[in-house]
Write a protein that binds this ligand. Structure first.
Ligand code: TIU
Length: 239
């Protein structure tokens, strides 16, 4: 049987090969915003050492460049609230004892508020025209965003995830996506947590039980096959 020339196979994904067609796949980059990666943002107000997270930026940038070169759809998300906090439940704002709460003024503007300097995606992964930017009030990318409807309208069936943090917004988004019928792959060196043991556990639990949530793979495995795969751009007939 002839194999479909549009099928890209990440052969050494776990727990088994992950196959997708770039025309029906999207690269989803979760919350690579200054709030989580730079000092003075939401991540640090929660008591975390944010320096751990920036180590994944070069790997994320390489995948993003390769995905763009293949003309694949890119979706960026930001954890962001409206300026009046109407989309921030008191249960979220009042939880725990952060040094600054959502909406308070910090060194990068108001914490986790849309449009503030801290809410911007870091320069190295900055969106370009044509890419989707989804502001989400929850941890998951599908809650109260309309993302599923947009992906359905675009015929997307496969989602490849990067971003932070692994066990919070990335895992929640991937589980939401899995329940909505998408085949999901997590690029394990393109995601990070403030807690290395939580990242390791999340990566392992997602692909356990026969990919119960989805697949995992190193970005090198994707980069190796993306270069040889078909482009999402239609091939022009004739010459
Ligand atoms: N605190 C933490 O690990 N993460 C979040 O609050 N949001 C995201 O993961 N984006």
């Amino acid at each position: 049987m002839m194999s479909d020339p549009n099928t890209i196979t990440v052969a050494n994904a776990l727990p088994f090969a992950y196959r997708f067609d770039i025309r029906t796949a999207a690269l989803v980059i979760i919350d690579m915003q200054r709030d989580f990666i730079e000092p003075g943002g939401f991540g640090e107000t929660l008591g975390n050492d944010v320096s751990l997270l920036e180590a994944i930026v070069p790997a994320c940038a390489s995948v993003l460049a390769a995905w763009r070169a293949a003309s694949g759809l890119v979706v960026h998300t930001r954890e962001a609230h409206a300026a009046d906090l109407s989309d921030c439940p008191p249960a979220k704002r009042n939880r725990g004892a952060p040094s600054l709460r959502i909406g308070d003024l910090g060194p990068m503007g108001r914490i986790l508020v849309a449009g503030e300097p801290g809410n911007q995606i870091i320069d190295a992964l900055s969106p370009v025209p044509g890419e989707w930017v989804i502001d989400k009030p929850g941890k998951g990318a599908f809650y109260a965003t309309g993302l599923h409807e947009r992906l359905q309208a675009a015929g997307i069936t496969h989602l490849l995830f990067m971003g932070v943090t692994t066990e919070v917004c990335v895992q929640t988004s991937m589980r939401e996506a899995n329940d909505r019928g998408y085949d999901c792959l997590l690029l394990e060196d393109c995601t990070e947590s403030y807690f290395p043991q939580f990242k390791a556990a999340a990566v392992e639990m997602m692909q356990a039980q026969g990919a119960i949530v989805g697949w995992t793979a190193p970005s090198s495995a994707l980069l190796a096959v993306l270069a040889t795969g078909a482009s999402a751009l239609p091939v022009l007939a004739g010459g």
